[in-house]
Design a protein around this ligand. Structure first.
Ligand code: NAD
Length: 485
């Protein structure tokens, strides 16, 4: 398979590669070096229409294909992702700035896992029946039809495939758009799908920005469901367009997740997981524990060790053996730098990091920030309420579990929460009261693809994962047969 990356990326519509009809392109940039890389189509509603026409032509045959056929193709795509792991990982790192070891260990493997997991889901998915003396009810789950999948830049192919794979497994045709900031692995995925025997028009991958391409997908009347992962801001815009059209909506949005540390925790485990939860992927994971809440009795000890461990993290060239790579774009880098300045203005104390790093050599123009720990700010400070989405955490203290819960719930977001304690009653009490869709106890980002994934409050609507995703991408029809003679 030829997985070379051309200088000009193309859309994948109806099984063919094409330029955007407008002729408009965006400039892609390597965030670790600042060097210009590929040109990226900035598709608009005309390209979306072409993709919808292709999907309409493909829809009936794909919806009526057997589970075995869908399993075989999706499983082949998984295998081809694995077979090209090194090429995909390098592309992801050059596009996103994350360390190459992370792309290899997490992002690309997970993309293959997503396809394999939902390939088998296609084989096992079934619907209910409800029988009583008067009637037999059986439920049929049919594909929604044509669905839109829109994903962000932080885990590019990982999150893109997390949507596409269940949508295809359930028998839908898909119009998918990756982030314009990290388009390359999605382009390579279109090559892989072509080679894996996915019929033309079943998956159409369009490139472009939110206002031009994403908005056109959301607004197209033939696209009956939108699965979106990204910012709460964009999620609101999408809901305002899609809801009056009665589209099915799954919105996975921002987070400002509490990491709650009790004095009786397993200290070493807590410390290792807290460093990981704070700064993995340069803190650019919606599930990062960006608000650390630590019990007052151990706060001093915690801060001393946490600062030491954070200072020891190496930041630099993502192609070398560094723990932290580059921030995804100059625009996002500026946002993080401004957020740190705001924290100082608000009276916060920077215990370490937050400095702009200029590595020597090929990365001297890259976007690097040292991991930053901030203390001294109350729950109402913007630094503690607004998502920063970078290598920046705040630390607040609490005395009792009730106070911890109050602090944990003092934001508009409700994606995930992490609790460190060896007391099962404390763990259960806090897990029950914390406003979040996902709670981890004595671990972080410990994922089983069968579990429901999503947030409450401003972190979104709906759940992905396992049967939740298969249900989202299907419509239930109940059929009732009388048992009366
Ligand atoms: P973003 O909202 O700017 O963009 C996400 C995607 O939506 C991109 O493909 C973009 O082009 C598109 N888009 C933007 N505006 C649109 C519109 N009006 N209509 C249709 N499409 C539109 O987000 P981002 O900066 O790429 O990603 C970071 C955000 O994503 C953070 O807030 C983070 O918390 C969130 N996120 C959430 C999860 C989750 O599972 N909850 C996972 C990862 C990231």
């Amino acid at each position: 398979m030829n997985l070379s990356i051309p200088a000009i990326l193309q859309n994948y519509i109806d099984g063919c590669f094409s330029d955007p009809l407008s002729g408009n392109f965006l400039q892609n940039v390597n965030p670790a070096t600042g060097a210009k890389s590929e040109m990226v189509p900035n598709s608009n509603k005309k390209d979306v229409q072409a993709a919808v026409t292709a999907a309409e032509d493909a829809q009936e045959a794909w919806a009526n294909s057997s589970a075995q056929e869908r399993f075989t193709i999706l499983n082949k795509i998984a295998g081809n992702i694995e077979a090209n792991l090194d090429v995909l990982a390098l592309a992801e790192t050059n596009d996103n700035g994350k360390p190459l070891w992370l792309s290899k260990k997490v992002d690309i493997r997970r993309a293959a896992d997503n396809f394999r997991f939902f390939a088998t889901a296609a084989m096992h998915f079934s619907a209910d029946s409800h029988v009583n003396l008067q009637a037999i009810n059986y439920t049929v789950r049919k594909p929604v039809g044509i669905v839109g999948c829109i994903s962000p830049w932080n885990l590019p192919i990982y999150l893109f495939t997390w949507k596409i794979a269940p949508a295809l497994a359930a028998g839908n045709c898909v119009i998918a758009k990756p982030s314009e900031v990290t388009p390359v692995t999605a382009y390579l995925l279109s090559k892989i799908c072509e080679e894996s025997g996915l019929p033309a028009g079943v998956l159409n991958i369009l490139h472009g920005d939110g206002p031009s391409c994403g908005a056109a997908i959301v607004a197209h009347p033939a696209i009956k469901a939108i699965s979106f992962t990204g910012s709460t801001r964009a999620g609101k815009e999408i809901a305002s367009v899609a809801a009056p059209m009665f589209k099915k909506l799954s919105l996975e949005l921002g987070g400002k997740n509490p990491n709650i540390i009790f004095e009786d925790c397993n200290w070493e485990l807590m410390m290792a997981e807290t460093v990981r939860a704070s700064f993995s992927n340069q803190g650019q994971i919606c599930l990062c524990g960006s608000r650390i809440l630590v019990q007052e009795s151990v706060a001093e000890k915690f801060l001393k060790e946490f600062v030491e461990k954070t200072k020891a993290l190496t930041v630099g060239d993502p192609l070398q053996d560094n723990q932290q790579g580059a921030i995804v774009s100059k625009m996002h880098f500026d946002k993080i730098v401004n957020a740190i300045a705001k924290a100082k203005e608000e009276g916060g104390t920077i215990l370490c990091g937050g400095e702009v790093i200029k590595p020597t050599g090929r990365c001297e123009n890259g976007n690097f920030i040292s991991p930053c720990i901030i203390t001294g700010l109350g729950p109402d400070a913007c630094t503690n309420t607004d998502e920063i989405f970078g290598p920046v955490v705040t630390v607040q203290t609490f005395k009792t579990k009730e106070e911890a819960i109050q602090l944990a719930n003092a934001v508009s977001y409700g994606l995930s929460a992490t609790i460190f304690t060896q007391n099962i009653s404390t763990a259960n009490f806090v897990a029950d009261k914390v406003e979040a869709g996902i709670v981890w106890i004595n671990t972080w980002l410990n994922r089983d693809l069968r579990t429901p994934f999503g947030g409450v409050k401003d972190s979104g609507v709906g759940r992905e994962g396992g049967w939740e995703a298969m249900k989202f991408f299907t419509e239930a029809k109940n059929i009732c047969i009388s048992q009366q003679p």
